[in-house]
Design a protein. Structure first.
Ligand SMILES: Nc1nc2c(ncn2[C@@H]2O[C@H](COP(=O)(O)OP(=O)(O)OP(=O)(O)O)[C@@H](O)[C@H]2O)c(=O)[nH]1
Ligand SMILES: [Mg+2]
Length: 318
């Protein structure tokens, strides 16, 4: 196991792929490998790219990869597949779109299923971000569809949230108001080659102005045509400016704290849940249930179970 982590930290892409697979499978193996991985973190910039389906998030990310590679940075990308029948093609689409980077040792791209976990991001996302960090990624980009609850999710993990929209997306502006507006650090109006881009920018501008400057930061609005590679430098410049703002104001620690909170809850919840479901089908459980049938108080028995489980969890730490 630690041999694998050693390979990972030396920048081996195959080792990274293996680690992510183990992490996605979950269970004790995932926990023990992540314990090792987390000894090698540098906490690089995590950029969330969120927005409605089909606005050009993957195309934009493809351009961002090129730009960051020019700056000599290693890039990790996680594309979260919404696993909905509507956008089921996303997985293949992302692979095809970003394929030209597949042979580059400084770029690692992975699609993940959200598996219907709460929110748009898979539960394993925090672990995958750490794995890419230990691999040596200087920038980690997370693609996810946005809207309502999903955006709140991405803001747990990303230091900078980029909201991508396209011209004349009335519905999407509504969707954005339901969540993305609150968490977006910058807006990209993509497909600016299509009519209506200026109007869309105007709408976003009004909405941003209405909600006001947040902690000294007014989210910039950048116009792009990702398919033509236009406006990309401006996006990178705005992302980097936001990072600088986070670092200079100390807000970065708040973002990291948010990540840490979500992660601790995730890890503890998963381990407890695994242990509890094992316990639920054990003979011991049978005995406890019998006691309740013959008069024991189920609340008191549940207390006993919690005590037992926590002892077990801590004594056989994976
Ligand atoms: N006209 C125009 N089309 C674009 C532009 N950028 C992307 N597209 C097209 O929009 C479609 C969707 O692009 P994607 O990059 O897959 O969009 P996405 O947001 O990642 O989509 P999902 O992952 O399915 O939510 C593709 O057919 C792209 O070629 C652009 O700047 N202008
Ligand atoms: Mg996509």
């Amino acid at each position: 196991m630690s041999e694998l982590v050693e390979k990972l930290t030396s920048g081996d892409k195959r080792a990274l792929a293996r680690v992510i697979t183990i992490v996605e499978d979950g269970g004790p193996n995932a926990t023990s490998i992540m314990r090792e991985v987390c000894k090698h973190l540098k906490n690089p910039h995590v950029i969330g790219v969120a927005g409605p389906p089909g606005v050009g998030k993957s195309t934009l990310i493809d351009c961002l990869i090129t730009e960051y590679r020019k700056m000599g940075k290693r890039v990790g990308v996680v594309a979260v597949d919404p696993t909905s029948p509507l956008t089921g093609g996303a997985l293949l689409g992302d692979r095809v779109r970003m394929q030209k980077h597949a042979l580059d040792d400084g770029v690692f791209i992975r699609s993940m299923a959200s598996r219907g976990a709460m929110g748009g991001l898979s539960r394993a996302i925090g672990a995958v971000i750490h794995a890419m960090d230990a691999f040596g990624a200087d920038v980690i980009i997370v693609e996810t569809i946005g809207g309502g609850q999903l955006d709140i999710d991405v803001s747990n993990y990303a230091h900078t949230v980029v909201a991508v929209l396209q011209p004349f997306s009335g519905d999407e502006i509504q969707m954005m108001k339901a969540g993305l507006m609150e968490v977006a650090d910058l807006f990209v109006v993509n497909k600016a080659d299509l009519p209506g881009a200026e109007q869309t920018i105007r709408m976003i501008f009004d909405a941003v102005r209405e909600s006001g400057r947040r902690r000294g930061w007014l989210p910039p609005i950048v116009k792009t045509s990702a398919a033509m590679g236009e406006g990309i430098k401006e996006v990178v410049e705005a992302i980097e400016r936001h990072w600088k703002h986070l670092v200079e104001t100390g807000l970065i620690d708040e973002r990291r704290k948010r990540f840490a909170k979500a992660e601790i809850v995730d890890i503890a919840y998963q381990r407890l849940r695994d242990e509890l479901s094992r316990f639920a089908s054990s003979e011991e459980m049978d005995g406890l249930a019998e006691r309740v049938v013959y008069g024991a108080n189920p609340y008191e028995v549940a207390d006993e179970v919690l005590y037992l489980l926590s002892e077990r969890l801590l004594s056989k730490k994976p």
